[in-house]
Write a protein that binds this ligand. Sequence first.
Ligand code: ADP
Ligand code: MG
Length: 896
Amino acid sequence: MELDTSLEELSWIPRPRILALRRLALETVGDLLTHYPRRHEDRREFRGFPREETIVPVCLCGEVAKTRLMRFGGRKIFEAVLEESGAHALSQPLTCRWFNLHYIQKMIATGQRLVVFGRVKRKGPRLLIDHPEFEVIEDDEEILIHFRRITPIYPATEGLSQRVLRGLIFRLLEQVSVASAEVPLPASLSNGEDENALRKIHFPENDEQLRKVRDHLVLGEFFRMQMQIASARAQNSARIGCRHPSRGLLAEQFIAALPFVFTSAQQRVLNEVKHDLQVASPMNRLLQGDVGSGKTVVAIAAMLLAVESGSQAALMAPTQILAEQHYAVLRSWLDPLGIRIGLRTGARQEDNAPMSLFADTESEFLGSAGCQPAVSGSLPDTNASGITEPRYHHRRLPHFERPWAKYAIRFSTRNRRSLSERARDVVLESIRRWDGRRYELFAACVMPDHVHLLIEPMVERQNESGNSIFFSLSKILQSIKSFTANRINKIEKVNEPVWESESFDRMIRSESDLQEKFEYITRNPWDAGIAKPTDDYPWVWYPASRQEEFAAGCRERQAGSLRSPAEQAGNENAPHIIVGTHALLYEGVNFTHLGLAVIDEQHKFGVAQRAKLTSREPAPDVLVMTATPIPRTLTMTIYGDLEISTIDEMPRGRGEIITHLLTGDQLGEAITFLREQLSDGRQAYIVYPLIDESEKLEAKAAAKEFETWQERLRPFRCELLHGRIASPDKQSIMQRFRAGETQALISTTVIEVGVDIPNATVMLIENAERFGLSQLHQLRGRIGRGAHTSHCWLVTSDKSVETMTKLAVLEKTTNGFEIAEADWELRGPGDLLGTAQSGLPELKLGDLRRDAALMRKARQAALELLENDPGLNGPENQRFRDLIVERQGQTFSHVS
Ligand code: ADP
Ligand code: MG
C-alpha cells in the first residue's frame, strides 16, 4: 500500500465512512495519515479530580453517577455528574453540562465511564465543565487504541467521531509499510525521527518523541515550501533580462535638487538597486520601509537610472488617488530635468509631452469599443459613464434587484462535476451569446467546477406605462444553465444534471467594489492555481479593448521580439516614465522598452497582476515596495522569492506623533484640541469605518457623520471623502485639501495608503476598535510628515480588554515592525497575509509563528542545496526533484 493509494481500494473501510472522509477531502491513504491530530491527551494516567477551578482545560476520567435533563424556558440543559473512581470522603464530584444538545442525552447513561476534557469552573458549591469534549469508554478490545496512551484528538469533523477516525488511522498505520513522511530531508535537517514519523505523530510513546517528530514533519513542510521558493528565485534569475548600466547622472541631479539629503538607509538601498540594474539577470527586489520612510524618492532615483540607460520605467500604484499623487510629485521634480512622464489610469490619461505613442491605439479603441465606458480607458465603471447621470427608471423587480445595477454572480456544477475543456468552451460561448442582448458582460470566467460572471442586466421591454422592465437575474441564469446543460450532456453523452440550482449573486456597490470583483474574476484561475502564472487560461473573458491588448502581449511574447529599432525611433516622444493604476495592465499601454517596473504598495496587487506586468521578454527589472512591515518569518515565506532591501531609518526632522486613547465620553476634549490645531493653521483627518452596509445607508451614514463634524468644527471648512464619490471629484477634494483650502477631511479609509500632506498633523479615528493594528498604523502614517508635532486620537467606546490591549500597542510605539509583531501575536497570521497568502502551499502542521526557527533552518538548507546544485543533477539530490516539480495549486514563481 502506498501513500497515494485510494482509500476506496481498502475493502475494510465501510462505504459510508469513505463518503464521510471524502467530504473532508481525505481521498488517499496519505491524506488520511496526514490528517494530523489537533492535540494529544495524556491518557496514560488520569489525574485526580480538581478541588478548585482550573485555568487550563484538563482531561479527567470518571463514572457517571447520575444524569438529568432540565428545562428553563426554551432551553434544555443536560447534566451528567461524574465521580472519580475509588472516590473517597474528600473527593468532589464533577458536573458536566450541555445546553440545547438533545443528542448528548442519548449518548450518556448512568454507570458509564467517561473521559472528558475542558476547563473546570466553580459555581457555588459545585465544580462544573460546560460543553466538555468527551468520549465514552466502552469495554471493548479497542480500548488499547483509545486509552492508556497519549491519545490523538483530531480536528472536529462532521459525521465522523473521534473514535472512528482514530480507529481508522490506527489500523491504517498497521498496514502501511513505510509510515514515513513523503518529504525527503537533507542530512542537515534530520533529527533522527524520520522513521515511522507518521505513526509517531498520531500515537507517540512519550512527549519527547512527540515534540521531535512534530519538528521533523514541520521541517518537511517548510523545506518543501522553501525549495519551491528557492527554485522560483533561481528560475527568475535565469530569465533573460537586460543590463541597465548608467552613470547615474540623472539620479544625481535629481537627488541634488531635493530639499533634503538621503538618509543612509535610502542611499544603501539605492546602491543595492543600482547594482541589480547593472547586471543582466532581472532584478526581483522588495523595498520594505515604514510609512514615511522615503521609499518613493528612492524609487524615483531608481527609475532615473533606468531612463538614463535608455529604457522606459513604469510606476504602478494601487489607487487612483495615489497614482495622481505620484504623477504630480514626479512632474514637479522631473519636469525640470526634461523627463517625459505619462499618466495612465482608468479615469485619466495624460502626458506632459505630445502624445504620439498612444495616439494610434487610442483612436482604434474609440472605433472598436463604441460608446462603452471602456473608451475612457477605465474599467466599465459607474464613474466613467457618470454616476450623476439620472439613469434610474421605475420597474417591477424583486426587491433585491435594482435597475442599472451590476452583479457579480457565481454558480457551481452539481456535485462538483468537472467540466471538460469542450464543456467550458460551450459555457463561455453561451455566456457571450447573450452579451449585448440580455446583459452587458464585463467579465466571465469558467472554472472547472464553477462559473463567475460580472454583468449588468439590460432592459427587456417597456411596460404599458412606459417603464423599463429589465431582464431578471433568474431568467438570465436559467437560460445560460439550461442551454449549456443540454449541449454539455450531448457532447459528453450522458444525462446528468450539470448545474447546482442555486447561484450566488452580489450587487456591486462602488467603483472599487467593481474593480475588485473584476480583478478577482479575471485572475481567478491563476490565483486558484488552476493555471500557471505564465500560461493562458482560455476560459476567462473580458471586453474586447482589453482582450486585444492581452492577446497582442501574448503574440509579442511568443515572437520573442522587441520592437524594431525603426519603430522605436518613431516613438521618440514616448514618455520616459509611465505612472498608473492597474489600468497599466489592461489598457492599451504600449511600453516601448520597459526596463524597470516599480510596484507601489505591493500587497494591494495580486499575484497574477505582477506576473502580467513583468512576464514580457526581455524580463524587466522589478522593484516592489511595501509599507506594510511584516514579521521576518513571513517575509521569508511570502516574499521568499524576492531580494529584500529595508529602509530602517526615518528621515531626520520629522515631528513626533503622539497617540492618545479616548473612550467616547471624552470626545469633547479632542474636539477642543482639534479646533486649537486648526486655528494654528494645521489640518486634520477625521476617519471613521464603514462596514458593508447597503449603498443607501452607507451614503447616509457618511453624510450624517459629515454634518456632525462640520457642526463641531465650525467655522473651519470640512469636506467629505469616501469610496462612492466619483473619481474626478475625489481628485478635486484631495487637491483642495492639499492646497489648504479645506481644513478637515472627514473620510473613510480611502486615504489609507500613501497620501502625503505634511501640514496635516491631526488625525482622529472613530470606532478605532473596528480597525486592525496594521491598518491603524497605516492610517496614522498620514500624519507626522512635517516638522510639527502630530497627534493621533483613537476614539472607541469599547473598553474590553482586547480592544485596550490592541490600541495600547499604538500608544506605545510608532515602529511598524513592532506593531506587525504585536498584531501577529494578537490575531495570528491570517489577516496579516490577506491576499498575499494565495499561492503558498498549504501548511497542515507547521505554524509560521511558533515554528519560526524551523523555517529559518529549512530556508537555509534549501538555498544552499540549490546553490550547490541548481539543476539537482547530483545523484544524491535526485530525491529532491519531486519537491520542485510544480504541482497544481502550489506553483508560484511570483508570490505577492
Ligand atoms: P513612503 O513612500 O516611504 O511612505 P515617501 O517617499 O512618501 O514615504 O516620503 C514621505 C515624505 O518624506 C515625502 O514628503 C518625502 O519628500 C519626504 N522625504 C523622503 N526622504 C526624505 C529625507 N531623506 N529627508 C527628509 N524628508 C524626506
Ligand atoms: Mg509611499
